[in-house]
Design a protein. Structure first.
Length: 750
């Protein structure tokens, strides 16, 4: 036998996070005095020389877009283009046109509008016109616009800005984004607008930084765009209007944009997360052709484009700039204007290809973003622990996974904004938001009761709403342990990008019916038999009573094939399709695999189908497979080996094998062996039989951290291998046809 070759590596991201209560965040401190000179909203007088130089050289196309927008039929386009033109050219005619458009927009259907979000994104361009064209307003026009903006602010959270139901609570507050620009623009006329908005902003930003610090929003991919953009805009507005640089104070805002880089699928869409409006929705009407690939339409949105530009400009980040340039639409006047103000044409631009393919988001986010690369045949997905629960658009989806490869394979199911699935609808309450709609775990207690904001909802066996669906409405409330539904036990990613894993515990999220709910998720990049990626998912579920059924879930769009203990899911329809997903249930030995779905049962919960539908490329799914134990008892261990390929292989993939031994369980792929120690802290010898011959990579989880482990294969001379800070052991070996692998701890520490 050839000597074991220890794989030389350093840890890219390594975290071992113990359960702890969420700390009360610090309010946004500091003095924010609005400058008296104008312009001060998004733009200062000192910027104008640079702006004029750019439109004469590097930003001619963007300037032409502004000129075209001055004749637009769209009021917002016309007013911001005219106001910007006035600042650049001092053309009073353009200022007058912008003022007229702002007054018209501010008075348009005001008595029939009650949409807070619509008005929030109407107030800021009106405020821009007031600031940029201030010296061209008559006294009467100033008073009229202020009166109308005040009326809009009343609808956009004005009466209840601090506690906006049903979005109450600082973790999900967003309407200060309307009050801040109005407060800056009208500061001399009514300073109370800014003072009140700043008071809310001090706590809103502090609360959201609980997630932003770790690189994501609590509100998912779509509403995450809404929230992150709103908070980014607040930072930018305060910078220009007060000189306070919160970008420097909060350097982690740079990383927020990377979340939308890593969750971008090869087909141009994004991974689903939260209440998504990513497919056949009116908001998704500005897609652009993917660079060099006619088969890809990149999902985009002006809000996503905006905060990518801010991040790229403020932090000099070439990857954010690359993402921004691939998504921007300079035919939109405001995008063109901000491009002129913020984008340095000489700044470096990079595509994502040189980024690591695995990104772990720690802390309250606790999410692994993984991919095998950046091409059409690559695998993309996420594993979500996310300890802190934020309600609103956050789902009860702890310990869930989703996987894409030439089509959405293991999906987040259900539809948001479908025919019968709007916010608070039956579909939303009983299916979409719930654990049963995700690739996670259930414990079915038939006597369970679940209430959401006073309304009984169907029981699904999943996680529960803290505070019966109400929000944590103060900073102090966020620290209450009830909002911590899960915790990350350990997480690690290797810089060679061969593997990553996360171990999570969501026991708290299941309430009294659960004694323990744990999942270890392992991502392996590629194998020599052709799978683009392999996965091991190991679960231990212990219920309070043995008769409570424990369920392992996997969801799909197309009907899965179930044969024995094997599940096959494919994407045979749609653009960029062809992917295949194979799951093998290695444990429990007496597993029962049940296929649920099809017409009339797409969104089935406890005997009730919460039907909804949406057209286009909607990915609500229609099928799931439930894996249960025939004779489970209180504790059931699930062990699944998954292999994913961009197309159906010409030959049947080599099945994974179960690894067995005292205090050991695991899965063996053609060139990977993944082993989990199940007997607690191992101080003695552990053995398991490895069958496939040749060069192999081994991953073993559960040893003490920073310990030297003696490794021997087939009785060969032991060699010492160091465990990582999370207790993972990695080594590579050339082994004979079948070999006993022995591992034992030593008294020496690394």
């Amino acid at each position: 036998m050839k000597a074991i070759r220890i794989f030389a590596y350093a840890v890219l991201s390594l975290f071992a996070i113990a359960a702890r209560p969420t700390e009360i965040p610090k309010r946004l401190a500091g003095e924010f005095s609005v400058r008296r000179d104008r312009p001060r909203l998004y733009l200062n007088a000192a910027d104008l020389g640079k702006v004029r130089a750019r439109i004469a050289s590097t930003h001619r196309d963007e300037w032409r877009s502004v000129l075209r927008a001055r004749e637009s039929q769209d009021l917002t386009q016309r007013m911001v283009a005219g106001a910007f033109s006035y600042q650049v050219e001092r053309d009073r005619t353009q200022a007058r046109q912008a003022i007229g458009a702002a007054l018209e927009l501010a008075g348009k259907d005001l008595d029939r509008v009650d949409d807070d979000l619509r008005l929030a994104y109407q107030i800021w361009p009106e405020s821009v016109v007031y600031d940029w064209c201030h010296d061209q307003f008559t006294r009467e026009e100033r008073q009229l616009l202020l009166t109308r903006v005040r009326a809009q602010l009343e609808i956009a959270g004005g009466k209840i800005l601090e506690t906006q139901p049903p979005h109450a609570g600082h973790l999900v507050n967003y309407l200060a984004d309307a009050h801040i620009p109005a407060g800056i623009a009208f500061h001399e006329d009514d300073p109370s607008i800014f003072e009140r908005a700043l008071k809310v902003t001090r706590t809103q930003i502090a609360a959201k930084n609980l997630f932003y610090e770790y690189g994501a929003s609590s509100q998912g991919n779509s509403y995450g765009v809404t929230h992150v953009n709103g908070d980014y805009r607040i930072l930018m507005m305060l910078l220009k209007a007060t000189g306070v640089d919160l970008f420097t104070r909060f350097p982690f805002y740079r990383d927020l944009g990377y979340y939308w880089i890593y969750t971008r699928r090869p087909d141009g869409q994004l991974l689903r997360n939260g209440d998504d409006w990513l497919d056949d929705m009116k908001q998704n009407n500005r897609v652009v052709e993917g660079a060099g690939n006619p088969d890809v339409n990149l999902w985009t949105h002006p809000w996503l484009v905006q905060f990518l530009l801010y991040g790229a400009a403020r932090y000099g980040d070439p990857y954010l700039m690359g993402a921004y340039k691939s998504l921007r639409d300079i035919d939109r006047a405001w995008t063109a204007i901000e491009d002129i103000i913020w984008r340095d044409a000489s700044a470096p631009v990079k595509g994502p290809e040189s980024l690591p393919t695995v990104r772990y988001l720690a802390g309250t986010v606790g999410t692994l973003l993984f991919r095998t690369g950046w091409g059409m045949d690559d695998v993309v997905g996420m594993f979500k622990v996310m300890p802190l629960f934020a309600t609103n658009h956050d789902h009860l989806d702890r310990l869930s996974v989703q996987i894409y490869c030439r089509g959405a394979l293991a999906i987040d199911s259900g539809l948001y904004e479908g025919s019968h699935s709007l916010y608070d609808s039956d579909h939303w309450l009983n299916y979409l938001q719930r654990t049963i709609a995700h690739n996670s775990l259930l414990i079915r207690d038939p006597g369970e009761k679940l209430v959401y904001r006073g309304k009984p909802v169907n029981i699904d066996g999943g996680q529960f709403y803290p505070s019966q669906g109400a929000n944590a409405d103060t900073l102090e409330a966020i620290a209450d342990p009830q909002w911590s539904l899960a915790r990350v036990i350990a997480a690690e990613a290797d810089p060679s990008r061969n593997y990553a894993y996360v171990a999570g515990d969501a026991t708290r999220g299941y309430g009294a019916k659960a004694e323990s709910v744990r999942r270890t998720f392992v991502f392996l990049q590629g194998n020599k038999e052709g799978a683009a990626a392999s996965f091991v998912i190991a679960d231990q579920v212990t219920s309070r009573l043995p008769e409570f059924e424990k369920v392992w879930l996997i969801h799909s769009i197309e009907e899965p094939e179930v044969e024995g203990s094997t599940i096959r899911i494919g994407r045979t329809r749609g653009r960029n399709s062809g992917g295949q997903f194979i799951s093998q249930t290695l444990m429990p030995e007496q597993a029962v695999l049940t296929k649920v779905g099809g017409p009339g049962q797409e969104f089935l919960v406890n005997g009730v189908n919460y039907a909804t539908e949406k057209g286009g490329d909607a990915e609500g799914g229609a099928w799931r497979v439930e894996v249960t134990a025939r004779d489970g008892g209180k504790t059931v261990r699930f062990l699944h080996a998954l292999q994913v390929s961009p197309r159906v292989p010409r030959t049947t993939p080599v099945p994974a094998r179960r690894i067995e031994g005292p205090n050991v369980e695991g899965a063996e792929f053609p060139d990977w062996s993944v082993v989990l120690l199940t007997g607690g802290d191992q101080g003695n010898r552990v053995q398991f039989l490895s069958r496939p011959p040749g060069k192999r990579r081994y991953l073993v989880f559960g040893f003490p951290a920073r310990r030297i482990i003696e490794v021997s294969i087939a009785g060969g001379k032991p060699l010492g291998v160091h465990t990582t800070n999370s207790g993972a052991l990695f080594f590579e070996a050339e082994q004979p046809a079948e070999a006993m692998v022995s591992l034992s701890t030593t008294l020496r520490h690394d």
